[in-house]
Design a protein around this ligand. Structure first.
Ligand code: CTP
Length: 402
């Protein structure tokens, strides 16, 4: 298979950690060079015990980086900036644990910390280590943050035992690398607005009405679209999440504030994804003083409607602009979502069940039905919100080219 179109001229860092599979990384580096990629190898101290840096320097046609204090101090920052992809092959139990916990004490871990490029880990180790719940938890935490993993293969391991943990075949690795490099430019040139989180509607200086939205779905969409090269504006209600790196951010509180920020920025967008759980109602009066319970057995609140932001966007969307809405329902999911799709002039609606514990506002995972204006319905399986985001973005790309 010929991959040269994907690899030629691309800057790829190959990080080598100290595992026996380090010798197999030599063949990978050699192949990437043959495909005309610019390869920079970084080795950990332990990796140098397995394979000589000279091997990798000869194969990559560049000195190997390893010592943070001797090899080009601060080089890791520039390098991290230039890299289009970091492949850690093999990724050891220790290295995955370090990155997952924010430790960075050598050339490879500091480069990973300083880079915004996609990172692909290739774990290779004995199966007991690979299946260890600590490794698995670290892997999940990293995946949640957008780091990629290529699963090891089953077969004969260094110990002689059979199990899951073998370094994958070179062609499998090249395919995974090619896919990531290709994805990283899928949304180049797109300007996308994503809304996320709940809104908070004040009742008095202390109290407010809000909802259980965590912001996870919107933040995952913003992260995934940024990773694919889009310029992102994330407008979010209050959450505990950090905006993903490289994303412009506006924090808002109420539906009214979100409306102002969204409508002001809407005309410049190629696509708008309204993942925010905008409150539909707000207290009709916002009390200047804290409401006291003394002398009151009951409190009757009068609520009024908030502005429907998505409705306004649908009525004013410019030709070619894509509008994607979300609907969370406890019942009649598809029918209600379809009605919103039509009423709000959407190009796609993502319908979520509110009745499952493993999906919905606070969960790490989600299950969705995608509904299109032509009536088509697509059921997506339960997956992480980041993986679901990539599925939604793929469909969005399909809508543009349709
Ligand atoms: N939305 C919005 N402005 C609002 C309320 C909702 O832009 N004031 C957006 C949400 O971000 C979401 C979609 O509209 O993309 C949800 O539609 P909505 O009609 O609000 O659904 P629900 O409030 O969930 O349901 P219902 O109308 O059935 O109460």
């Amino acid at each position: 298979m010929k991959h040269s179109s994907q690899f030629a001229g691309r800057t790829i860092i190959v990080g080598i950690a100290g595992g026996i599979a380090a010798y197999k990384a030599a063949a990978l580096v050699s192949r990437l060079r043959q495909e005309e990629a610019q390869v920079q190898v970084i080795m950990t101290r332990a990796a140098r015990r397995f394979v000589s840096p000279l091997t990798f320097a000869a194969l990559s046609h560049r000195p190997v980086l390893s010592d943070l204090f001797r090899d080009e101090p601060l080089g890791h920052v520039n390098l991290a900036h230039r890299a289009e992809l970091i492949v850690v092959a093999p990724a050891t139990y220790d290295l995955i644990g370090k990155v997952a916990h924010g430790l960075a004490d050598d050339y490879l871990t500091t480069t990973i910390a300083a880079s915004r490029a996609p990172v692909l880990f290739l774990p290779a180790m004995e199966s007991q280590m690979y299946e260890n719940p600590i490794l698995q938890a670290n892997k999940r935490a990293l995946e949640e943050l957008g780091y990629r993993f290529l699963a090891p293969e089953r077969g004969r391991l260094a110990s002689g035992r059979e199990g899951l943990g073998r370094f994958p075949e070179r062609e499998t690795i090249l395919k995974a690398i090619a896919a990531i490099l290709q994805e990283s430019a899928l949304l180049t040139g797109w300007q996308i607005l994503v809304t996320a989180g709940p809104t908070r509607e004040r009742l008095d200086p202390m109290r407010c009405l809000s909802n259980r939205s965590s912001g996870r779905m919107g933040y995952a969409l913003a992260r995934a679209a940024r990773e694919w090269g889009a310029e992102i504006l994330l407008i979010s209600g209050p959450t505990t999440l950090q905006p993903p790196p490289g994303v412009s951010f506006i924090g808002v509180e109420s539906a009214e504030e979100m409306k102002d920020a969204v409508l002001k920025n809407a005309p410049a967008q190629d696509a708008i994804l309204m993942a925010a759980a905008v409150a539909d109602w707000r207290p009709a009066r916002r009390e200047a003083k804290k409401i006291s319970k003394s002398g009151q057995d009951k409190l009757v609140l009068t609520l009024e409607r908030t502005p429907d932001i998505l409705q306004a966007l649908g009525e004013n969307k410019h030709p070619g602009q894509l509008l994607i809405g979300f609907a969370a329902e406890t019942d009649e999911l598809a029918a209600k979502a379809r009605a919103k799709l039509t009423a709000k002039h959407l190009d796609l609606i993502v319908a979520n069940e509110l009745t499952r514990g493993d999906a919905g506002p606070e969960a790490e995972t989600n299950i969705a039905t995608l509904i299109y204006p032509d009536g088509k319905e697509e059921n997506l399986p339960l997956q992480s919100k980041l993986a679901l985001s990539r599925e939604i973005l793929r469909r969005m790309l399909g809508l543009r080219s349709a």
